[in-house]
Design a protein around this ligand. Structure first.
Ligand SMILES: [Fe+2]
Ligand SMILES: [Fe+2]
Length: 409
């Protein structure tokens, strides 16, 4: 598990996952290192680093850190169906739910999150501060949904319509970031912090003149430069509220940085971009490519992942891209696929070990152009006669068939 700790709690034997100081020059080779002795700790402190991420799977844990979390957990005897907004959440008590069960809850969470993002945006327009408390509650709701079922909210995010792109994009990037954080082994606090950064990563666009932001035709170079300023505006807005964690600010601030220095605002290269900044860069592009915009068609997740992978030798961290592919899957739950038999189905579940042969709910016969009266499941990892015997030959976009895949989960 990855945990953020203060440097005064560092001990020899711990493994530093990320020095959390990518924007400054430090004397260490790379951002991950094993704490072999006290002198490494002294050096870290001397360089003004205040907090680091440790990986407790690769080194020692902070004993009292977990005690604190357990103590928090004991205060909650049962998981509430509706989260009590003023209470802490006992993450350990969260019970997993099937995609079908979670999708209904996820719709409600998404709708409430939309209201929060709308409120944040209008507050900014009115010159008010961001209400951190409501943002954290929203991120907690998203986090709980992801912990119950990692696919429900991300599936809804992919299936959304074009309207209100920015609000939906914010929620979708947040859900994907939290889900990826969980996959990468982040602890709860860190998942929360990256979630806040992801939910607010584009809020700076509220400071861009609407005639440039909403322009349908091609942008001039000056106009594009203006758009790029959204990351700076965002950083200032986030820094105005001292309750917003530094990790949230860095994650949001670096979402357009690229490993080869071709990104903005600072053209940072390699490890100078924080780990969470490198992760959100992948997610931001993935979400933009897989959803419809007024000026561009959406592309299937496989194609988006392929495009990102192709750029992983230059723009994105290859190891993180590979992990992201394993996290979201090649055929994400809720996507529509065409089988060799001519049947169309909705992906129900997939395993990391066998991403190319998920379980499909067959709902439509493309040859006869008729719906199946009683949809049935087929496990593509099994042979013919044993519940399988078909294979995926392509993606289908739900808009073209006018199918709502979430109805079949
Ligand atoms: Fe952006
Ligand atoms: Fe974005």
């Amino acid at each position: 598990m990855v945990k953020k700790i203060r440097v005064d709690r560092l001990k020899p034997g711990m493994y530093i996952h990320d020095l959390n100081c990518s924007w400054m020059v430090h004397p260490f080779f790379g951002s991950s290192l094993s704490v072999k002795n006290e002198s490494i700790i002294e050096k870290i402190i001397r360089f003004g680093i205040r907090e680091v991420y440790i990986d407790t799977d690769k080194g020692l844990d902070v004993a009292d850190e977990s005690t604190k979390l357990e103590a928090k957990g004991e205060r909650h005897e049962k998981q509430s169906e509706e989260l009590n907004k003023n209470d802490e959440i006992n993450f350990d008590a969260i019970k997993p739910l099937s995609i079908g069960e979670e999708i209904q809850k996820a719709k409600k969470i998404r709708d409430e999150a939309l209201l929060t993002v709308q409120k944040v945006m209008s507050d900014i327009k009115l010159g008010n501060q961001i209400q951190n408390e409501s943002v954290v509650h929203t991120v907690d709701d998203i986090l709980v949904s992801i912990l119950r079922n990692k696919d429900a909210l991300t599936c809804l995010g992919r299936l959304r319509k074009t309207d209100e792109y920015l609000f939906n994009h914010s929620i979708s990037v947040c859900a994907l970031m939290v889900s990826f954080g969980k996959y990468l082994g982040f602890d709860q606090q860190l998942m929360r912090e990256v979630g806040v950064g992801a939910l607010l990563h584009d809020i700076g666009t509220m400071k861009i003149p609407p005639e440039i932001l909403n322009k349908k035709s091609a942008l001039s170079e000056e106009e594009y430069d203006e758009i790029k300023k959204h990351v700076h505006h965002g950083k200032i807005l986030l820094e105005e509220n001292e309750d917003i964690a530094e990790t949230s600010i860095i994650t949001a601030y670096q979402h357009h940085e690229r490993l080869d220095g071709s990104g903005y605002p600072n053209g940072l290269t390699g490890d100078k971009i924080s780990y969470t900044g490198q992760a959100i860069a992948i997610i931001d592009v993935y979400d933009a490519l897989t959803t419809k915009r007024c000026f561009r068609r959406k592309i299937p997740p496989t194609q988006a992942l392929q495009l990102i992978y192709e750029r992983s030798s230059t723009q994105f961290n290859r190891e993180l891209v590979q992990k992201f592919i394993r996290c979201v899957g090649i055929y994400p739950v809720g996507s529509l696929v065409r089988l060799e038999s001519g049947m169309i189905g909705v992906v129900q579940s997939q395993s990391e070990g066998n991403m190319l042969q998920p379980v499909i709910r067959v709902i439509y016969n493309k040859k006869t152009e008729r719906y199946i009266s009683v949809p049935y499941d087929i496990d593509l990892s099994l042979d013919l006669g044993k519940g399988g015997g078909d294979r995926i030959v392509g993606y289908e976009l739900q808009e073209e068939l006018n199918i709502q895949p979430e109805m079949y989960l």
